[in-house]
Ligand binder design. Structure first.
Ligand code: SF4
Length: 147
């Protein structure tokens, strides 16, 4: 990976750099509720069934689409249509908008734990969707954790 690659345009990143840009917060793996009339999106703490809620990592990242076909594939060209729901601190969102990474991002700290220490991750917050019926998700609406 190239020095300070995260400052380059997203479209210039190679595959390893692209993957390394993810801060591991896990917020994109929380289910959302979208109001069909207003388009308003509410975040819940109910996580995708593949999310390991203890680590906040996908338990089957490489073949996640075999298990969850609707999982979003973020690319430089797909980001614009997902901006309305992407977490405010998502590194892809920030770089797409030309913003710097937050100082707790692992690429700046060298520590993959730093987002969780800063309070940007879903550890201790997420609960598995296998434990909550979908008609009860609205009881678990939360504000996005933002340090
Ligand atoms: S919200 Fe963005 S930075 Fe956080 S885990 Fe998802 S893709 Fe990675």
């Amino acid at each position: 990976m190239r020095p300070r690659f995260w400052e380059m345009p997203l479209a210039a990143l190679n595959r390893d750099e692209w993957e390394a840009l993810c801060d591991g917060c896990g917020k994109c793996c929380l289910n959302k509720l979208e109001d069909e009339e207003t388009g308003e999106v509410a975040l819940t703490r109910v996580a995708c069934r593949l999310l390991d809620c203890a680590s906040a990592r996908c338990s089957s990242y490489a073949d996640r689409h075999d298990h969850v076909p609707e999982c979003i594939l973020l690319t430089p060209t797909s980001i614009p249509r997902h901006l309305y729901w992407l977490p405010a601190t998502c590194a892809y969102r920030l770089r797409h908008l030309g913003h710097p990474l937050p100082d707790w991002h692992p690429l700046l700290t060298g520590d993959p734990e730093s987002p969780h220490r800063a309070g940007a991750g879903v550890r201790g917050l997420a609960i598995p969707e296998t434990e909550v019926p979908e008609d009860e998700w609205e009881d678990h609406i939360i504000e996005e954790p933002i340090p």
